[in-house]
Design a protein. Structure first.
Length: 105
């Protein structure tokens, strides 16, 4: 959560430039978050931003830059495992689609 809140506050201008550049280059991005929507909404200690504000910002990024976000909750090990499965399955589906496209040629 501290990384998310840091990126969405003090690091946001740099992140926004990266989002714009990726969009201009046709690069698809996703945001993976180690924590639930409820945890984001609750916010974190020592942040000037409310969690609900961060969540609204994530939804705006999704709409404006076509960069979806996905939340993975549970303990640290479970969340990281779920994230890794998501990544593997996402890239596997991209690979399968590419193979099918080549077969059709």
């Amino acid at each position: 959560m501290p990384d998310l809140f840091g990126t969405m506050t003090g690091g946001y201008e740099r992140f926004r430039r990266e989002l714009t550049k990726a969009k201009d280059l046709g690069i698809e991005l996703i945001i993976l978050i180690e924590g639930s929507i409820s945890i984001i909404e609750d916010g974190i200690e020592h942040s000037n931003r409310r969690g609900t504000s961060i969540l609204k910002q994530l939804h705006t990024i999704w709409r404006k830059y076509d960069v979806p976000f996905y939340c993975f909750s549970g303990n640290e090990l479970t969340a990281r495992y779920e994230m890794s499965r998501f990544i593997v399955n996402t890239y596997a589906s991209i690979g399968y689609a590419a193979i099918e496209k080549i077969k059709k040629k």
